[in-house]
Design a protein around this ligand. Sequence first.
Ligand code: ATP
Ligand code: MG
Length: 417
Amino acid sequence: MAKERFEKPTGTQDVLPGAVEKWQYIEGKARELCHRFNYREIRTPMFEHTGLFERGVGETTDIVEGEMYTFKDKGDRDLALRPEGTAGVVRAYVQNKLYGEPDVSKLYYIGPMFRYERPQAGRYRQFHQFGIEAFGAVDPAIDAEVVSLGYQYCKDLGLSGVRVEINSVGNAPSRAAYREKLLGFLRPMKDTLCSDCQRRMERNPLRVLDCKKDQDKFVEAPSILDSLDEECTTHFEKVKEHLGAMGLEYTINPRLVRGLDYYTHTAFEYKAAGIGSIDTVGGGGRYNGLVEEIGGPDQPGIGFGIGLERILLILENQQVELEATKPLDVYFVGLGEAADIEISKQLFVLRNLGFSAERDYLGRKMKAQMKSADRMSARYTAILGEEELNNGVIALKSMATGEQQTVKLEELGQALL
Ligand code: ATP
Ligand code: MG
């Protein structure tokens, strides 16, 4: 009887060779960019105590209200697979007392996140984010730096039509004033709103503006920018001035909010056309109250998270060719048993010299071996038959030009250079 076969869990993906090079490429670009901006990598656990996310992401968010993968471990602890990156990084920042360091902590992460959502294009249950967080500075220059890094990432990858939307959600007093104005606008339309919005309205009216179903109804909503006090207005003006100095184009979207109390000042999103109704590749904001909320000292922070599946999807839709293929330097074609042994030796030598090299392991005829070399986009084939072996040489053929030369076996590495 056939054994039971297993399939990957809904909403997950196998990244196979051929596709994985694209992942390596976009991850590499993120690392390289972070190095240029002097952000350093941090790796935190893939699961944390559930309470961290309840507190750090917020109880009225889609994530905490229903998207978390929670479980109890054998010690009866409540744990959750991380649904996003910020909470864990803030926890690590506090626990490892990074706030004690003299410089601003500029950190980045790349890794899988988990949310129980209905899978569709650009939406998975395991997906990947590239994100950054900067702790310890309130200077608007860092807001602009964070916004610009995410934008530059999209540009470096060759995405076109990337838009940056920014807003300020102010500080607590500004938001309290706005909350009243917003409720005045929302209450009369309460019955027309979706059930989530109706439920969230009194608890957290700013979250309502974030609703995907009711978006169109809020075009006339009061602007939070009119409720900002002087400190907030000045901060926002400065952020814009820094962005202007960089020549970075943005649009102001006064309906762009992050409805949690510890979000302050700058909020922003990156958008790109190319995946239908889902056009946001990432977003972020300042969270001056979050570190304290998670039990740390009163330290400001700001960051973003960008979804890598969405980046890849849009790159594909925009037909951007990534320089992601890694051709082989040389493929050995061998004929006969003696050649077989010599090739093992040559392979080992070349690989240690830093070349990528491959050979046939299936005892195939010359023609089939040449086809393999083609499939692997080998730059050269090195052909070793009985005659060459007897003369201590090997035939080196350029796959691009078809040109062939005979080189001494011990000079093969030199010839390839
Ligand atoms: P959305 O409005 O699409 O649900 P979100 O507001 O939940 O997004 P964030 O929590 O801000 O998204 O996450 C930042 C980015 O992470 C998103 O812009 C997106 O690119 C990516 N992302 C979020 N959820 C998923 C998912 N389930 N699958 C793939 N990518 C995701
Ligand atoms: Mg979501």
